[in-house]
Design a protein around this ligand. Structure first.
Ligand SMILES: Cc1cc2nc3c(=O)[nH]c(=O)nc-3n(C[C@H](O)[C@H](O)[C@H](O)COP(=O)(O)O)c2cc1C
Length: 320
Protein backbone atom coordinates (compact mmCIF):
# COMPACT_ATOMS: atom_id res chain seq x y z
CA UNK A 1 0.00 0.00 0.00
CA UNK A 2 1.62 3.24 -1.06
CA UNK A 3 -0.12 6.44 -1.98
CA UNK A 4 -0.03 10.23 -1.61
CA UNK A 5 -0.68 10.16 2.13
CA UNK A 6 2.20 7.72 2.64
CA UNK A 7 4.48 9.84 0.49
CA UNK A 8 3.59 13.16 2.15
CA UNK A 9 3.73 11.90 5.74
CA UNK A 10 6.60 9.49 5.01
CA UNK A 11 4.81 6.49 6.46
CA UNK A 12 4.35 2.91 5.30
CA UNK A 13 0.55 2.62 5.54
CA UNK A 14 -2.00 5.45 5.18
CA UNK A 15 -3.23 5.03 8.74
CA UNK A 16 -3.15 7.99 11.13
CA UNK A 17 -3.77 7.53 14.85
CA UNK A 18 -6.10 10.33 15.94
CA UNK A 19 -4.68 12.63 18.62
CA UNK A 20 -6.53 11.91 21.86
CA UNK A 21 -6.43 14.07 25.00
CA UNK A 22 -5.36 12.10 28.11
CA UNK A 23 -5.03 9.01 25.90
CA UNK A 24 -2.38 9.26 23.21
CA UNK A 25 0.93 10.07 24.81
CA UNK A 26 4.44 9.32 23.51
CA UNK A 27 4.37 5.50 24.05
CA UNK A 28 1.23 5.03 21.93
CA UNK A 29 2.34 7.50 19.26
CA UNK A 30 5.76 5.81 18.98
CA UNK A 31 4.20 2.33 18.82
CA UNK A 32 1.84 3.36 16.00
CA UNK A 33 4.69 4.98 14.07
CA UNK A 34 6.87 1.91 14.58
CA UNK A 35 3.96 -0.15 13.22
CA UNK A 36 4.05 1.83 9.98
CA UNK A 37 1.23 4.32 10.63
CA UNK A 38 1.45 7.89 11.93
CA UNK A 39 1.35 8.04 15.72
CA UNK A 40 0.08 11.32 17.18
CA UNK A 41 0.59 12.78 20.66
CA UNK A 42 -2.65 14.35 21.90
CA UNK A 43 -1.56 17.66 23.40
CA UNK A 44 -5.04 18.34 24.81
CA UNK A 45 -4.71 20.45 27.94
CA UNK A 46 -1.01 19.62 28.50
CA UNK A 47 1.03 22.50 29.85
CA UNK A 48 3.50 23.55 27.14
CA UNK A 49 6.60 22.16 28.89
CA UNK A 50 4.97 18.76 29.39
CA UNK A 51 4.24 18.71 25.66
CA UNK A 52 7.92 19.45 25.01
CA UNK A 53 8.86 16.43 27.17
CA UNK A 54 6.40 14.19 25.31
CA UNK A 55 7.77 15.28 21.92
CA UNK A 56 11.33 14.57 23.07
CA UNK A 57 10.26 11.22 24.54
CA UNK A 58 8.61 10.20 21.25
CA UNK A 59 11.80 11.14 19.39
CA UNK A 60 13.74 8.80 21.65
CA UNK A 61 11.21 5.98 21.31
CA UNK A 62 10.95 5.96 17.50
CA UNK A 63 13.04 7.11 14.59
CA UNK A 64 9.94 7.29 12.40
CA UNK A 65 7.76 10.38 11.79
CA UNK A 66 5.08 11.16 14.36
CA UNK A 67 2.64 14.00 14.95
CA UNK A 68 1.28 16.31 17.64
CA UNK A 69 -2.43 17.12 17.82
CA UNK A 70 -3.40 20.57 19.02
CA UNK A 71 -6.91 21.65 19.91
CA UNK A 72 -7.20 25.21 18.71
CA UNK A 73 -9.74 26.26 21.32
CA UNK A 74 -7.69 24.93 24.24
CA UNK A 75 -6.50 27.41 26.87
CA UNK A 76 -2.94 26.01 26.60
CA UNK A 77 -2.89 26.41 22.81
CA UNK A 78 -0.73 29.56 22.60
CA UNK A 79 2.04 28.06 24.75
CA UNK A 80 1.78 24.73 22.93
CA UNK A 81 2.19 26.39 19.53
CA UNK A 82 5.40 28.06 20.72
CA UNK A 83 6.79 24.69 21.84
CA UNK A 84 5.77 23.08 18.54
CA UNK A 85 7.51 25.83 16.54
CA UNK A 86 10.68 25.20 18.57
CA UNK A 87 10.60 21.39 18.68
CA UNK A 88 9.33 20.97 15.09
CA UNK A 89 7.63 17.56 15.23
CA UNK A 90 7.33 16.13 11.69
CA UNK A 91 3.51 16.54 11.62
CA UNK A 92 0.88 18.64 13.40
CA UNK A 93 -2.79 17.69 13.29
CA UNK A 94 -5.29 20.38 14.23
CA UNK A 95 -8.57 19.74 16.04
CA UNK A 96 -11.45 22.20 16.59
CA UNK A 97 -10.13 24.26 13.68
CA UNK A 98 -11.15 27.88 14.28
CA UNK A 99 -8.77 29.57 11.89
CA UNK A 100 -6.50 28.14 9.21
CA UNK A 101 -4.01 31.05 9.30
CA UNK A 102 -1.56 29.07 11.49
CA UNK A 103 -0.99 26.52 8.69
CA UNK A 104 1.54 28.59 6.65
CA UNK A 105 3.48 29.42 9.84
CA UNK A 106 3.83 25.73 10.74
CA UNK A 107 4.77 24.86 7.16
CA UNK A 108 7.54 27.47 7.18
CA UNK A 109 9.16 25.40 9.94
CA UNK A 110 9.02 22.31 7.72
CA UNK A 111 6.09 20.79 9.65
CA UNK A 112 3.39 18.91 7.69
CA UNK A 113 -0.09 20.10 8.65
CA UNK A 114 -3.19 17.92 8.82
CA UNK A 115 -6.41 19.68 9.90
CA UNK A 116 -9.26 17.50 11.18
CA UNK A 117 -12.53 18.91 9.86
CA UNK A 118 -16.24 18.09 9.90
CA UNK A 119 -17.43 20.46 7.14
CA UNK A 120 -16.61 21.18 3.50
CA UNK A 121 -16.10 24.94 3.93
CA UNK A 122 -13.31 24.45 6.50
CA UNK A 123 -11.65 21.77 4.34
CA UNK A 124 -11.54 24.23 1.42
CA UNK A 125 -10.10 27.00 3.60
CA UNK A 126 -7.48 24.66 5.04
CA UNK A 127 -6.42 23.63 1.55
CA UNK A 128 -6.09 27.28 0.48
CA UNK A 129 -3.78 27.87 3.45
CA UNK A 130 -1.58 24.92 2.50
CA UNK A 131 -2.83 21.87 4.43
CA UNK A 132 -0.92 18.76 3.33
CA UNK A 133 -3.62 16.18 4.11
CA UNK A 134 -7.16 16.73 5.37
CA UNK A 135 -8.94 14.42 7.79
CA UNK A 136 -12.70 14.32 7.18
CA UNK A 137 -14.17 13.34 10.53
CA UNK A 138 -17.72 11.99 10.46
CA UNK A 139 -20.14 11.95 13.36
CA UNK A 140 -19.60 8.26 14.17
CA UNK A 141 -16.30 9.36 15.72
CA UNK A 142 -15.47 9.49 19.41
CA UNK A 143 -15.01 12.85 21.15
CA UNK A 144 -16.17 16.22 19.82
CA UNK A 145 -18.03 15.71 16.57
CA UNK A 146 -19.84 17.46 13.74
CA UNK A 147 -23.25 16.56 12.34
CA UNK A 148 -22.41 14.76 9.09
CA UNK A 149 -21.64 11.05 8.89
CA UNK A 150 -18.41 9.60 7.51
CA UNK A 151 -20.41 8.04 4.65
CA UNK A 152 -21.52 11.48 3.43
CA UNK A 153 -18.68 13.73 4.58
CA UNK A 154 -15.85 11.69 3.02
CA UNK A 155 -17.05 11.89 -0.61
CA UNK A 156 -18.12 15.53 -0.15
CA UNK A 157 -14.70 16.63 1.10
CA UNK A 158 -12.79 14.34 -1.29
CA UNK A 159 -14.55 16.02 -4.20
CA UNK A 160 -14.00 19.52 -2.82
CA UNK A 161 -10.23 19.52 -2.36
CA UNK A 162 -7.22 18.33 -4.37
CA UNK A 163 -5.04 17.37 -1.41
CA UNK A 164 -5.48 13.79 -0.16
CA UNK A 165 -8.21 13.09 2.35
CA UNK A 166 -8.16 10.59 5.23
CA UNK A 167 -11.57 9.46 6.47
CA UNK A 168 -12.26 9.26 10.21
CA UNK A 169 -15.22 8.15 12.29
CA UNK A 170 -16.31 4.54 12.73
CA UNK A 171 -13.26 2.97 11.09
CA UNK A 172 -11.76 0.13 13.09
CA UNK A 173 -11.04 -2.70 10.64
CA UNK A 174 -10.04 -3.62 7.09
CA UNK A 175 -13.61 -3.25 5.82
CA UNK A 176 -13.65 0.32 7.11
CA UNK A 177 -10.36 1.03 5.37
CA UNK A 178 -11.63 -0.34 2.05
CA UNK A 179 -14.89 1.61 2.47
CA UNK A 180 -12.91 4.82 3.05
CA UNK A 181 -11.10 4.27 -0.26
CA UNK A 182 -14.41 3.57 -2.01
CA UNK A 183 -15.70 6.91 -0.70
CA UNK A 184 -12.77 8.82 -2.20
CA UNK A 185 -10.32 8.90 0.71
CA UNK A 186 -6.72 7.78 0.42
CA UNK A 187 -6.30 6.79 4.04
CA UNK A 188 -7.92 6.76 7.46
CA UNK A 189 -7.59 8.28 10.91
CA UNK A 190 -8.62 6.06 13.81
CA UNK A 191 -8.98 6.97 17.46
CA UNK A 192 -11.26 4.48 19.20
CA UNK A 193 -9.41 1.39 17.89
CA UNK A 194 -6.08 2.63 19.22
CA UNK A 195 -7.45 3.22 22.74
CA UNK A 196 -7.31 -0.57 22.93
CA UNK A 197 -3.69 -0.80 21.81
CA UNK A 198 -1.46 -2.54 24.37
CA UNK A 199 0.85 0.48 24.45
CA UNK A 200 -2.00 2.92 25.18
CA UNK A 201 -1.58 4.05 28.78
CA UNK A 202 -5.27 4.59 29.65
CA UNK A 203 -6.60 2.84 32.75
CA UNK A 204 -7.32 -0.86 32.16
CA UNK A 205 -10.94 -0.42 33.32
CA UNK A 206 -11.50 1.80 30.27
CA UNK A 207 -10.06 -0.79 27.90
CA UNK A 208 -12.36 -3.41 29.48
CA UNK A 209 -15.41 -1.17 28.85
CA UNK A 210 -14.34 -0.64 25.24
CA UNK A 211 -13.89 -4.36 24.56
CA UNK A 212 -17.32 -5.17 26.05
CA UNK A 213 -19.22 -2.31 24.35
CA UNK A 214 -22.07 -3.19 22.00
CA UNK A 215 -23.92 -1.39 19.22
CA UNK A 216 -25.82 1.00 21.50
CA UNK A 217 -22.92 1.73 23.81
CA UNK A 218 -22.30 5.34 22.84
CA UNK A 219 -24.42 8.46 23.15
CA UNK A 220 -23.99 12.05 21.99
CA UNK A 221 -24.21 14.59 24.79
CA UNK A 222 -24.10 18.41 24.90
CA UNK A 223 -25.70 18.69 21.44
CA UNK A 224 -28.27 21.09 22.92
CA UNK A 225 -25.53 23.61 23.73
CA UNK A 226 -23.80 23.23 20.36
CA UNK A 227 -20.78 21.10 21.42
CA UNK A 228 -21.75 17.52 20.67
CA UNK A 229 -19.50 14.87 22.21
CA UNK A 230 -19.73 11.12 21.62
CA UNK A 231 -18.88 8.93 24.63
CA UNK A 232 -19.80 5.60 26.21
CA UNK A 233 -23.06 5.75 28.18
CA UNK A 234 -22.60 5.91 31.94
CA UNK A 235 -23.83 7.87 34.94
CA UNK A 236 -22.16 11.06 33.72
CA UNK A 237 -23.82 10.79 30.29
CA UNK A 238 -27.19 10.35 32.01
CA UNK A 239 -26.56 13.46 34.08
CA UNK A 240 -25.79 15.37 30.90
CA UNK A 241 -29.12 14.25 29.47
CA UNK A 242 -30.97 15.63 32.51
CA UNK A 243 -29.09 18.95 32.39
CA UNK A 244 -29.69 19.31 28.66
CA UNK A 245 -33.42 18.86 29.16
CA UNK A 246 -33.28 21.56 31.86
CA UNK A 247 -31.31 23.78 29.46
CA UNK A 248 -33.92 23.38 26.73
CA UNK A 249 -36.60 24.32 29.29
CA UNK A 250 -34.62 27.45 30.18
CA UNK A 251 -33.84 26.20 33.69
CA UNK A 252 -30.08 25.94 33.27
CA UNK A 253 -27.37 27.81 31.41
CA UNK A 254 -24.91 26.40 28.85
CA UNK A 255 -22.08 27.28 31.27
CA UNK A 256 -23.50 24.94 33.92
CA UNK A 257 -23.41 22.07 31.43
CA UNK A 258 -19.89 22.97 30.28
CA UNK A 259 -18.67 23.08 33.89
CA UNK A 260 -19.96 19.55 34.44
CA UNK A 261 -17.50 18.30 31.80
CA UNK A 262 -14.37 19.80 33.36
CA UNK A 263 -11.75 17.19 34.24
CA UNK A 264 -14.08 14.31 33.37
CA UNK A 265 -12.06 12.83 30.50
CA UNK A 266 -9.02 12.63 32.73
CA UNK A 267 -11.07 11.07 35.54
CA UNK A 268 -12.09 8.18 33.29
CA UNK A 269 -9.02 7.72 31.12
CA UNK A 270 -6.27 8.11 33.74
CA UNK A 271 -8.01 7.28 37.02
CA UNK A 272 -10.35 4.59 35.68
CA UNK A 273 -13.59 6.11 37.00
CA UNK A 274 -15.81 4.61 34.29
CA UNK A 275 -19.00 5.68 36.08
CA UNK A 276 -18.51 9.40 36.66
CA UNK A 277 -15.81 10.17 34.09
CA UNK A 278 -16.12 10.74 30.35
CA UNK A 279 -15.19 7.76 28.19
CA UNK A 280 -15.10 9.38 24.77
CA UNK A 281 -15.49 6.66 22.13
CA UNK A 282 -16.82 6.28 18.62
CA UNK A 283 -19.60 3.99 17.43
CA UNK A 284 -16.90 1.64 16.13
CA UNK A 285 -16.18 0.66 19.75
CA UNK A 286 -18.79 -2.06 19.19
CA UNK A 287 -16.39 -3.69 16.70
CA UNK A 288 -13.37 -3.59 19.01
CA UNK A 289 -13.05 -6.94 20.76
CA UNK A 290 -9.41 -7.27 21.81
CA UNK A 291 -6.50 -5.32 23.22
CA UNK A 292 -3.53 -5.78 20.87
CA UNK A 293 -0.19 -4.15 20.16
CA UNK A 294 -0.51 -1.15 17.83
CA UNK A 295 1.68 -2.81 15.20
CA UNK A 296 -0.62 -5.86 15.19
CA UNK A 297 -3.71 -3.64 14.82
CA UNK A 298 -2.14 -1.99 11.78
CA UNK A 299 -0.84 -5.23 10.24
CA UNK A 300 -4.26 -6.88 10.61
CA UNK A 301 -6.07 -3.90 9.18
CA UNK A 302 -3.83 -3.85 6.12
CA UNK A 303 -4.06 -7.63 5.61
CA UNK A 304 -7.87 -7.56 5.96
CA UNK A 305 -8.16 -4.64 3.57
CA UNK A 306 -5.94 -6.27 0.96
CA UNK A 307 -7.84 -9.58 1.17
CA UNK A 308 -11.17 -7.77 0.94
CA UNK A 309 -10.09 -5.62 -2.00
CA UNK A 310 -9.02 -8.77 -3.89
CA UNK A 311 -12.25 -10.57 -3.10
CA UNK A 312 -14.70 -7.71 -3.67
CA UNK A 313 -14.96 -7.80 -7.49
CA UNK A 314 -16.34 -11.35 -7.18
CA UNK A 315 -18.79 -10.28 -4.45
CA UNK A 316 -20.20 -7.22 -6.16
CA UNK A 317 -22.89 -8.53 -8.43
CA UNK A 318 -25.26 -5.79 -9.49
CA UNK A 319 -26.91 -7.34 -12.53
CA UNK A 320 -29.13 -10.38 -12.97
C1 LIG B 1 -10.88 9.35 23.82
C2 LIG B 1 -10.80 10.27 22.63
C3 LIG B 1 -10.17 11.51 22.75
C4 LIG B 1 -10.06 12.35 21.64
N1 LIG B 1 -9.38 13.55 21.78
C5 LIG B 1 -9.16 14.31 20.67
C6 LIG B 1 -8.32 15.46 20.75
O1 LIG B 1 -7.76 15.77 21.79
N2 LIG B 1 -8.13 16.19 19.61
C7 LIG B 1 -8.71 15.84 18.41
O2 LIG B 1 -8.49 16.55 17.40
N3 LIG B 1 -9.51 14.75 18.31
C8 LIG B 1 -9.72 13.96 19.39
N4 LIG B 1 -10.44 12.80 19.28
C9 LIG B 1 -10.85 12.36 17.93
C10 LIG B 1 -9.79 11.40 17.32
O3 LIG B 1 -8.58 12.07 17.10
C11 LIG B 1 -10.27 10.77 15.98
O4 LIG B 1 -10.46 11.76 14.98
C12 LIG B 1 -11.55 9.99 16.16
O5 LIG B 1 -11.41 9.15 17.27
C13 LIG B 1 -11.85 9.15 14.92
O6 LIG B 1 -13.03 8.43 15.04
P1 LIG B 1 -13.13 6.97 15.74
O7 LIG B 1 -13.16 7.26 17.20
O8 LIG B 1 -14.39 6.42 15.24
O9 LIG B 1 -11.92 6.20 15.33
C14 LIG B 1 -10.60 11.96 20.38
C15 LIG B 1 -11.24 10.72 20.28
C16 LIG B 1 -11.33 9.86 21.37
C17 LIG B 1 -12.00 8.52 21.20
Amino acid sequence: MSNRICEILEIEHPIIQGGMTWVSDAPLAAAVSDGGGLGVIGAGAMPAELLRDEIRKAREMTDRPFGVNLIMINLEYDGQIEVVMEEKPPVVTLGAVQSTAIIPELKEKGIKVVPVVAAVAIARRAEQHGADVIVAEGSEAGGHIGETTTMVLTPLISRSVDVPVAAAGGIVDGAGLVAAFALGAEGVQMGTRFVCATECTVHKAVKEKFVKAGDRATVVTARAIGYPVRAIKNKLAGLYGDLERDFLLGRRTAEEIETLGLGKLREAMREGNTRDGSMMAGQGVALVDKVKPAAAIIAELVAEAEALAAELPGRIDLRQ
